[in-house]
Every structure is written in C-alpha cells, then in structure tokens.
Ligand binder design. Structure first.
Ligand code: ZN
Length: 175
C-alpha cells in the first residue's frame, strides 16, 4: 500500500472529467487500497480518484465514527434523488475551508464494486452528501464552485497565504 499525493485547489488537474473504469483487475484493487490509506491518513470521510490525479470514475468513503465501514463506488450514477439539505462541507483538496452547500437529501446510486459487480444503494444523511461531493470531483467540480466568485477568490487568497506560511516554516527547518 502507498499513500498518494492529494491535489489542492486551484490545481487545474482537479478540473479533469474522469473516464469510466473498464478494467477490474489487481491494479484497480491496489488503487482502491491506496485511496483508502490516503483518505484515512488525511482524516477525510471521502476521496475521489480525481483528487489523487487518477482520472477514472472511482470514489471511496467511510463516514463512520470508528472508521470501519469502507465503501467503494466505481462508475457511480445517481438514478434517483429527493429533498434538499444544506450542510457545511470541507474538502481534502481545499484544506481549512468550510462552506454551506445545498444538495439532495436522499439519493439512489447505481455503481460497480471492485469486482465489477453492479449494485444499487439508497443513501441519506452524511452518506448522501459525501457521495454527491465526491461525484462532483469526478466531473471536475469543487464545492467552492457553489460559492460566489468573490467568496471563491477569498478562499484562494486564504489558501495561498496558508501555503506561504507553510513554505516559510519548511525553509526555516532546513537551516
Ligand atoms: Zn472534496
């Protein structure tokens, strides 16, 4: 297993639209393992392949408190949805930023598992929000896209400042 690098906003690679997964082989299962390791290490509840620069329709999530309910969705498709819910969201690719986003309250998803078998599942609560957030990633969309252009620029500036401070700290450590 290996930890993967997570791309951060405004990296243009996060705008790539993912292609369907076609090969359900050992390499895919290794990628799924690596994505779980990366997500758990970063203390995220979901991770889309797009975020680790793999542009295939694949996402992993675990919204359980004990971090013991891993779920994999390959080539996911929302076949039904209802209601509306607003939740404060964050994202491993937009560290330290949180904002309210409105999404469907419940969704029915059709997807494939690591063996390529199709399944359908009804999701609600955090599961539904997380799935919609991660599926946005696969289409090259980020939760900050739901904000006004002014607010999005503020987010970008805040991130640039955070990175500058981190770089300075790193430079000091080298001395
Ligand atoms: Zn995200």
């Amino acid at each position: 297993m290996a930890k993967l690098e997570i791309l951060e906003f405004p990296d243009s690679r996060l705008r790539t639209v993912a292609k369907p997964v076609e090969a359900f082989d050992a390499a895919l299962r290794e990628l799924v393992d690596d994505m779980f390791e990366t997500m758990y290490d970063a203390q995220g509840i979901g991770l889309a392949a797009t975020q680790v620069d793999i542009h295939r329709q694949l996402l992993v999530m675990d919204v359980s408190e004990n971090r013991d309910s891993p779920k994999v969705f390959i080539n996911p498709e929302i076949v039904d949805s209802s209601g509306e819910e607003t939740c404060e969201e964050g994202c491993l690719s937009v560290p330290g930023i949180y904002a309210d986003v409105s999404r469907a309250e419940t969704v029915r998803v059709r997807a494939q598992d690591s063996d390529g078998d199709f399944f359908e599942e009804d999701l609600d609560g955090m599961h539904a929000i997380c799935l919609q957030h991660e599926m946005d990633h696969l289409e090259g969309k980020l939760f900050v896209d739901y904000l006004s252009p002014l607010k999005r620029r503020m987010v970008q500036k805040k991130l640039e400042k955070q990175r500058k401070i981190a770089d300075q700290k790193a430079a000091r450590a080298v001395l």
